[in-house]
Design a protein. Structure first.
Length: 135
């Protein structure tokens, strides 16, 4: 058997092995994605729609994109799953005395106002006259 044929068979075997590994990797990623799909999870669809899962069925789910807007979509349309939708926390309130002290301190630190710009002493220059077009 010539060396060229051996090289061809080895190259073909490497390509086939790479195809199997890539297929296995994709199946593993798809299984991980399906495992993350739960009620309350925030998802992004391939169409770009972002929403929160309200309920799950066999191969479909109900997705709430905005409050009151629900879509029924296929599970296969999910591109990515984020963690549960983050809940907004109200901002902590500062004590009234401390807030008043900080506002008066910042008011005292303000720089004095700049004097108004003086009007230009010379009048604005006239634009240069246009030359007639060459014939």
């Amino acid at each position: 058997m010539p060396v060229q044929e051996i090289f061809l068979y080895v190259a073909l075997a490497v390509l086939i092995a790479m195809m199997f590994n890539n297929s296995r990797k994709r199946k593993k990623q798809a299984a991980e994605l399906q495992a993350k799909i739960t009620v309350g999870a925030s998802v992004t669809l391939y169409s770009g729609i972002i929403g929160e899962i309200v309920s799950l069925e066999d191969d479909r789910m109900i997705l709430e994109t905005t409050p009151g807007t629900k879509l029924t979509v296929a599970k296969a349309a999910i591109r990515s799953v984020d963690a549960a939708a983050p809940v907004a926390k109200p901002a902590a309130k500062k004590p009234a005395a401390k807030a008043a002290a900080t506002t008066t301190a910042t008011a005292a630190k303000k720089a004095p106002a700049k004097p108004a710009a003086k009007a230009a002493a010379k009048p604005a220059a006239k634009p240069a006259a246009k030359k007639p077009a060459a014939k």
